[in-house]
Design a protein around this ligand. Structure first.
Ligand code: RB5
Length: 150
């Protein structure tokens, strides 16, 4: 799978860990994140990863900041992105099965590298279940286009 990964200064170490981990598993990783500890702004990386996924350049996106919150909020402002913050694999599995999440966000101040491995494994290996969930995802995308679902 071709995966876009992005991070701010807080996520450099965890990003590098995941790049090594996922590359060893045969994935192609495109690094859109910062690689230094110099303070920077997470929306920059959220946008880069989001656009790579929405354009089809990459199949999925992985984002890392301190909490996963700011970078996920930013990603969800980009049309076409469904980004879920996950701190354990069950949420990552359901984000794929029910929400068809195309981007995942994690907090480098919240979880460790082994938990992050388990989360990304499930995120990349789980299929969207469609069915009744398709209707709800279609409604999410209506909101994304500025339309009402009432
Ligand atoms: C940076 O200090 C921090 O605010 C950022 O990494 C993230 O946690 C924001 O949501």
């Amino acid at each position: 799978m071709k995966i876009a990964i992005g991070n701010d200064h807080v996520g450099v170490e965890l990003k590098q860990h995941l790049v090594d981990y996922l590359s060893a598993k045969g994935h192609e990783i495109v690094n859109f994140g910062t690689d230094t500890a110099a303070s920077t702004d997470y929306p920059i990386y959220a946008e880069r990863v989001s656009r790579a996924v929405v354009s089809g350049e990459c199949d999925r996106g992985i984002l890392i900041c301190g909490t996963g919150l700011g970078i996920s909020i930013s990603a969800n402002k980009v049309h076409g992105v469904r980004c879920a913050v996950c701190s354990e694999p069950v949420s990552a599995e359901l984000a794929r099965q029910h929400n068809d999440a195309n981007v995942i966000a994690m907090g480098a101040r919240i979880i460790g590298p082994v938990m992050a491995e388990a989360i990304v494994d499930v995120f990349l290996d789980t299929e969207f279940q469609a069915g009744r969930h398709q209707r709800r995802v279609d409604m999410i995308m209506k909101l994304d286009r500025g339309e009402s679902v009432q």
